[in-house]
Design a binder for this molecule. Structure first.
Ligand code: CP
Ligand code: NVA
Length: 301
């Protein structure tokens, strides 16, 4: 039997596939009259809240002629203890692809193991690959090829940071991360990227990361899978992106954030709403990015 094409994490997707997906996304904005996914259905399951990922999957499927069934885990027997493996086997009989947002990457892997249709990572505690397709696409719309450029990440070494690290290995940009000492990106993901020749520096100094960077990126200090009471904000304060931080970057640097933002924490209003911010185009590009991902998964057989 042909193995389904899962879109789980960039350590399982090669550089050529990621590049082709990003380039294809740029061709898939809006409705173009084609409906390649007529008769196809996506089940989108959310263990935790979502605005952009949920709506962009639904709009993308609709624009490609397909349908989406969106559920929270609490709506499903999954929320009452049915196993993820049984859920995978049953849903595979009904739908053509499954997207899952989960607090545990292990759950995503178990779903993919049990499913006979493609499974897409709609964000896990480990990574958010759908977002990075939209992010690289957005960078390149504004500034041309990202290869050879320098991206600075400030703040938590979280799932988004980890996915930027993986993407640096595949797309050939330099990545400088400044994170609190207690919250670096996962060591094994950085090692994986460096083994593939990625130019990555992990430290705690904001100026070293940002000076001359072509793109400054941050994300919330408290992610969906985090316990806010345990994490707190104190150690993150020095990593806030404000106008002084942006002034250290290259004069034409852009600011990116996957959203949702906690205004006044990881980024000031002046930067988020300022002339260097591309966050709304980044969010809008989630739709063509999801289309490219869905087509790649569903064309796999
Ligand atoms: N960026 C992103 O994934 O946003 P949502 O949590 O709203 O889906
Ligand atoms: N790091 C954030 C990203 C949200 C899109 C989280 O996991 O909550």
């Amino acid at each position: 039997m042909t193995q389904p094409r899962h879109f789980l994490d960039f350590d399982g997707i090669d550089a050529a596939t990621l590049r082709a997906t990003i380039d294809r996304a740029r061709t898939l904005k809006g409705r173009n009259g084609a409906a390649p996914l007529v008769g196809k259905t996506l089940a989108a399951i959310f263990e935790s809240p979502s605005t952009r990922t949920r709506v962009s999957f639904e709009v993308a499927m609709d624009e490609l002629g397909g349908k989406t069934i969106t559920m929270t885990a609490a709506d499903m027997q999954l929320g009452r203890g049915e196993t993820i493996e049984d859920t995978a086997r049953v849903l595979s009989r009904y739908v053509d692809a499954i997207a899952l947002r989960t607090r545990s990457h292990e759950t995503l892997l178990a779903l993919a193991d049990g499913a006979s249709v493609p499974v897409i990572n709609a964000l896990s505690d480990r990574s958010h690959p759908c977002q990075l397709v939209a992010d690289v696409m957005t960078y390149e719309e504004y500034r041309g090829p990202i290869e050879g450029r320098t991206v600075a990440w400030l703040g938590d070494g979280n799932n988004m940071a980890a996915t930027w690290v993986q993407t640096a290995a595949h797309c050939g940009f330099s990545l400088r991360l400044a994170c609190p000492a207690a919250y670096p990106p996962p060591r094994e993901i950085v090692a994986w990227a460096k083994e593939r020749g990625a130019d990555i520096e992990v430290g705690t100094d904001v100026a070293s990361a940002v000076t001359g960077a072509d793109c400054v990126v941050t994300d919330t200090w408290v992610s969906l899978h985090d316990d806010p009471a345990r994490k707190g904000n104190v150690s993150f304060e020095p990593f806030r992106v404000d106008e002084a931080v942006m002034a250290m970057a290259a004069p034409d640097a852009i600011f990116m954030h996957c959203l949702p933002a906690k205004r006044g924490c990881e980024v000031t209003d002046a930067v988020l709403d300022g002339p260097q911010s591309v966050v709304l185009d980044e969010a809008a590009n989630r739709v063509p990015a999801q289309k490219a991902i869905l087509l790649w998964c569903l064309e796999g057989g």
